[in-house]
Design a protein around this ligand. Sequence first.
Ligand code: FMN
Length: 378
Amino acid sequence: MPTEFISLTFPNASTEVNPIAGAGIDPEYLVRYARNLDDYDFNYTLVPYDSSSYDPFTIGATIAAATKKLKIIIALRPNTLYPTVAAKALATLDQLSSGRAVVHFIAGGSDAEQAKEGDFLPKDQRYARLEEYIRILRRAWQSPEPFDWDGKFYQFKQFANRVRPANGVAIPVSVGGSSEEAYRIGGALADIFGLWGEPLKETKEQIDRIYQAAAQAGRPNSDRPRIWVTFRPIIAETDELAWQRAYRTLDILKANQARNSGGGNPSSDGKAVPVQPPTPQNVGSQRLLEIASRGDVHDRALWYPTVTATNARGASTALVGSYQTVVDSILDYVALGAELISIRGYDNLNDAIDYGRFILPKVRSALQERKSREPDSS
Ligand SMILES: Cc1cc2nc3c(=O)[nH]c(=O)nc-3n(C[C@H](O)[C@H](O)[C@H](O)COP(=O)(O)O)c2cc1C
């Protein structure tokens, strides 16, 4: 399988370093961003999920209508949609986009975040529910007959689905997370497994655990989940310029963190007082923070201060350097077995265009060149 690239969808011009307070959906921006991804040969865009944010399905349908090749990854928390409804919604998007829908499952990393939408299951149960949910979706996409379901989390009778995926079989299923439950369920059931960028050694350990779980579930090596790894590259023409940019970005992230954690309680000199943020409950973020405590730079260019500055909120490890340094770093992960590389920056649209001009073609041509040197490539 070729190496593929993923970006993230943004509904407006607001960014982490330049937030626009109260920004709503900017349809023109959304379409422009998506079309740039399509034109610069990104393969996928992830439409993320957050309890306080926009509906990924309508955003995804808008992107599908504005693009030709880009695949749309819908982030989905099982607690937010009954599985039969999700099966039809995903298949509808898949047909509308001629087979470009993918679903990325999130068991839910935070009890407080889940409670906001009425989900009070503990995390291990949320993963057990996810397992049942994926099995229902696959059955709903394929079953020629109406079927009953009598599971632990869902029960229904005689569900008959006329809305099939474009290929008549299934939509690719992705699972993300770094806990043992994530490895077990993703290893057993996922087509794609999503990770956040960690150093090469730790990434290799995670990939091995996912493959082990796949083998334990009886999957042959030819049917293991494809590995997706996410980074936040900060690039420039030279390493020196990229590092200058990285430190400027970090200063802004730190100032935002201090402002947000100060909670509007300025000290006597008027400055926001940073409060130590609580340790995140999801293992993926805990791992990032632990690695950050061991050093700022790992391997060639993997940079962790952006993790600490955001308390590992989502994908937050940067890759800092010249175009070539970042290309070489990505190639290191491809050599480990990563087939999907997710890259998004801090200046969302401009960074996506820069990656499209300076990173994607170089990675692809380096891989092509390597392939042509393999003895059996003819
Ligand atoms: C590539 C990737 C994308 C993710 N996207 C989202 C998202 O859109 N919304 C969300 O709430 N969590 C997202 N997550 C977070 C995890 O899925 C979540 O924290 C997980 O349910 C529990 O993590 P754990 O198994 O590491 O404890 C994403 C994770 C990864 C690796």
